[in-house]
Design a protein around this ligand. Sequence first.
Ligand code: HEC
Length: 137
Amino acid sequence: MRSFAVSVAVGTSALAVVLTATTATRVQAQANPAASPEYYTHTVKPILLANCYRCHAGMNHRGALVLDSKKGILHGGKDGAVLIPGDPANSMLIKLIRHEGPADDPMPMPPKGKLSDADIAAVTAWVKAGAPMPDDQ
Ligand code: HEC
């Protein structure tokens, strides 16, 4: 009888832990939309498509960099990784779109013009959140 009471108590507290963890995850996802893979699909990918794909997708891999697949983004370019998930300040792709990287080789991206502040902020938030992408992208 005593052991039954103990196991009920343990079971209840385990359930409480599970519920707390689930709630915490949900709260975090709400607080930071960039932490979900859908953010890439709906927000980041269209920015890359409009501004980068003509040189970094399909037949074009300028700087040996392909940006239209998860594999390509994670592989990086001729100088290595372009993203460090969680660390936008040290991610080359972010430095280049902020025009904070080298003046040439590699030069600021895109080579002509600059993304809007909102687009730069969106891509930066995504890298900061760990650059999550759906596997089939
Ligand atoms: C008009 C063509 C063109 C467009 C548009 C363009 N790029 Fe590039 N990109 C290049 C070329 C050419 C290089 C390699 C030259 C160099 O290293 O300076 C390069 C290099 C890079 C590199 C460095 C790769 C490495 O390993 O050295 C990154 C990161 C990059 N581009 C990101 C982007 C992003 C992000 C966009 C869109 C916001 C973009 N590029 C748009 C032509 C382009």
